[in-house]
Write a protein of this length. Structure first.
Length: 750
């Protein structure tokens, strides 16, 4: 072990001390005021149809996207792109003239919204408060398919679950393609200005995928700067911008019926009750920068099948993203480094309300939700369990953030969830300090107090009904053009709980240090970007017992045909339930490549030493995941994925899993599609190798057909049918349930 540790540490030392002068450094740009451009008011009405034939476009601000920022470094782009910008009292308008020497190679398909990232696309980045901390991104492909997201520059998070109601249209021409965007003021937040012109941070972007995916922008980017929004140009205009009455009312009606078999395999398939539920979400923009939201029976938006996940031989609870529009609205206002707020923990809220706002350097948000079901995660040092209780609780969150300096913040958060004989309270403070363009320090302190009901005490296995504790997170990051280093310290008390967040592990202290050297390719090089790095870390329980220590090294490369390859080698010691598992060597690898303009291939493989957490012994884990995405013309999309995983122990193969998935989508236009999903799971276990009783063979087949028509993200019709088949050693696949569902949603906007 000593030799192996020495070799790994030597590798880490080597990869973090490669001289940064392997390539001549780029000179630091001189400090200068950002470029500022004035946007003129539209001189005529604009119809969003992809035709730039209105007089308003002839008089609009015109800028060229002169810089390829990736893979080239502020080089001349391979194609010409012109941006046009104007506005009126209700909308800000943008148009793109995207020239192409060979329009036949333009990648443009009809897809559902937020799914066209593999196409050609153009878009705008709007830092509407000009605070260099948060921006809206509104993007569309050459056919007008929309994508939108929130770019949170403070937390370095990119959230494409945000959906706005805006207009776009595009068309392919003999010279390339043209796109128009109309963004209503009532869909974004901005500083109230009493009719005076606004100043927004701004970027216009184009993604041009051929052998490489060329990213093109309106200004040069400094790769050594850890803030993107601090580099944007400025747009001045939008005087008199008004969100109008700024009221949205979004009623939903969901109907469903589930038929189930009372006993497998020979029971009868009994018809279930028909269930109908009416809900509504209301948003009122009190001012351009303050909004009030309310919801009754918030729409879960889970009529579409989740991606297949496997929960076998896992230590901790799995994470599932939020999908409900009410909770997604201004969700980034509640972001904390410790993830203290994860609204998916609110399982079945019947009523909820939220206020969010930003005034100058002050950002704030408060929300409360009454939940009919209380879902719990009981975290521990070596695993987590959970429970669901028919307990009505009220969950409340308050968040405040103060912006200071050029790009730094300080904030405070309080969360509270309580019901009969139960409560959980968390108070925290946090700060993100950017004291140079290369250096960032993030600190988060939190304390909690919790009381469990009698049933929770029994399920969680805790001694006391009331307990409290703290947590601390500290991270330092230094990034420059050709290398980066990071150091982190984390401390979770045994009794710390954040029941409105996602925290499956507590009772440990840990540290982590890492870094990487980066080589940027030049024209003619095989690699576009290549990095070699290493890291080390360790975790111990609060009583000093070891949990895990590891050292690792990785190498990754971006090459031709938009290829990306990564390999990671980890050497670790781990302790689980009093047993030490030393000298564990594990290899993770990943490869993806655009094999053609319509064919994308992925391959993921893991292999190496692992732990059988069910029976507490060493094993060898194998994971293989190939994937194919194939576009047939502009309307058909086929996705095929397969997961194979197995765990071998000394006496044989403990389990093996085959889990293929197929998705076939026909998109009629930008609004309507039909989709078929097949998900199959086959798990085989050697019962003689388990300490507890397990099923030797379980199989499940899920099939779903979904028809969707969307006018916009909030106005839509869903009609679907689903089947679930189960099988075991004693019987073949047999239908265990079938379901019918329909959802109607409408957005009334004023």
């Amino acid at each position: 072990m000593k030799v192996a540790r020495f070799q790994a540490w030597a590798l880490l030392l080597l990869c973090t001390t490669i001289p940064a002068t392997a390539r001549p450094p780029v000179e630091e740009p001189p400090d200068a005021e950002p470029l500022t451009y004035r946007v003129a008011r539209a001189i005529s009405e604009i119809t969003i149809d992809g035709l730039l034939n209105e007089d308003a476009w002839a008089e609009a601000l015109s800028l060229e996207l002169d810089y390829e920022v990736r893979p080239g470094e502020n080089t001349k782009p391979p194609v010409r792109t012109v941006l046009l910008a104007t506005y009126d009292d209700r909308n800000v308008y943008f148009a793109f003239q995207a020239y192409d020497p060979d329009p036949a190679k333009i990648r443009a398909r009809f897809t559902d919204r937020d799914q066209a990232w593999n196409d050609d696309w153009v878009g705008v980045v709007l830092d509407t408060f000009n605070d260099q901390r948060r921006a809206y991104e509104l993007i569309c492909n050459p056919l007008g398919v929309q994508m939108d997201a929130i770019n949170d520059d403070v937390s370095q998070r990119y959230d494409d679950s945000w959906n706005a109601i805006w207009k776009s249209a595009g068309r392919i021409t003999e010279k390339g393609y043209e796109v128009e965007l109309a963004i209503p003021y009532n869909q974004i937040r901005f500083q109230a200005s009493n009719g005076e012109p606004q100043t927004w941070g701004f970027d216009a972007v184009r993604s041009y995928p051929r052998s490489d995916r060329h990213h093109i922008g309106i200004f040069p980017r400094d790769r050594g700067n850890n803030s993107y929004l601090s580099q944007t140009i400025k747009l001045v205009g939008m005087g008199g911008a008004s969100p109008g009455k700024n009221i949205e009312i979004m009623p939903t009606l969901t109907g469903s019926r589930t038929d189930s078999r009372d006993e497998l395999p020979n029971g009868n398939l009994e018809s279930g009750d028909e269930d109908a539920e009416l809900g509504a979400t209301v948003r009122w923009g009190i001012t351009p920068n303050v909004s009030l939201n309310g919801a009754v029976n918030p729409d879960f938006s889970q009529v579409e099948a989740d991606v297949l996940t496997l929960n076998i031989n896992e230590q901790f609870a799995l994470y599932y993203p939020e999908t409900r529009p009410f909770f997604l609205e201004q969700a980034d206002y509640f972001t904390t480094p410790l993830n203290l707020v994860h609204t998916r923990t609110l399982a079945d809220p019947n009523v909820a309300a939220k206020v969010t706002g930003k005034q100058g350097r002050h950002t704030y948000g408060v929300f409360a939700a009454q939940d009919d079901i209380t879902n719990m995660i009981f975290p521990g040092a070596q695993g987590s369990s959970g429970g669901s209780y028919n307990l009505e609780t009220l969950g409340t969150v308050a968040r405040y953030r103060y912006d200071f300096g050029r790009n730094s913040t300080a904030g405070a958060t309080i969360t509270d969830r309580r019901g009969d004989d139960y409560f959980n309270q968390v108070a925290s403070i946090d700060t993100t300090l950017r004291f140079t363009e290369a250096d960032r320090l993030t600190l988060n302190l939190a304390a909690s107090k919790t009381r469990y009901s009698e049933q929770m005490i029994e399920d969680a296995g805790v001694r006391d009904d009331t307990f409290s504790d703290h947590t601390l997170s500290l991270e330092y990051l230094h990034t420059v053009r050709d290398w980066w280093v990071v150091a982190e310290y984390i401390d979770y008390g045994e009794g710390f709980r954040s029941d409105l967040g996602f925290r499956p592990q507590v009772d440990y202290r840990g540290w982590y240090v890492g870094g990487a050297k980066i080589w940027w390719g030049e024209e003619g090089d095989f690699h576009r970007r290549m990095a070699w790095g290493g890291a080390a870390g360790g975790r111990r329980q609060q009583d000093g017992s070891p949990l895990r220590e590891h050292i690792e090294s990785w190498w990754n490369i971006n090459g031709p045909k938009q290829s990306h390859a990564n390999i990671n080698v980890t050497l670790r010691n781990e302790s689980f339930e009093g047993v030490d598992f030393d000298d564990q060597l594990f290899v993770h690898s990943w490869l993806e490549i655009e094999a053609g303009s319509d064919l994308h291939l992925t391959f993921h493989q893991d292999y190496g030493d692992w732990i059988d957490y069910d029976n507490v012994r060493p094993g060898k884990r194998t994971l293989i995941q190939p994937g194919i995405r194939y576009n047939l013309g502009r309307h058909f999309l086929l996705r095929l994925n397969h997961t194979y995983t197995s765990l071998d122990v000394d006496d044989g193969r403990l389990f093996r899993v085959h889990a293929p998935e197929a998705r076939l989508i026909y998109q009629f236009n930008t609004r309507a599609f039909v989709r078929a999903v097949l998900q199959y799971t086959d798990i085989e276990k050697d019962v003689s190798l388990y300490d507890d009783e397990v099923e030797p063979r379980t199989k499940e087949l899920f099939a779903q057909l979904l028809v969707t028509y969307k006018v916009n993200p909030q106005t839509a019709v869903y009609v679907g049918y689903g089947d679930v088949y189960n099988g075991a050693v004693e019987y073949d696949l047999t239908r265990s349930s079938r379901s019918f569902f329909v959802k109607l949603a409408y957005a009334w906007v004023r």
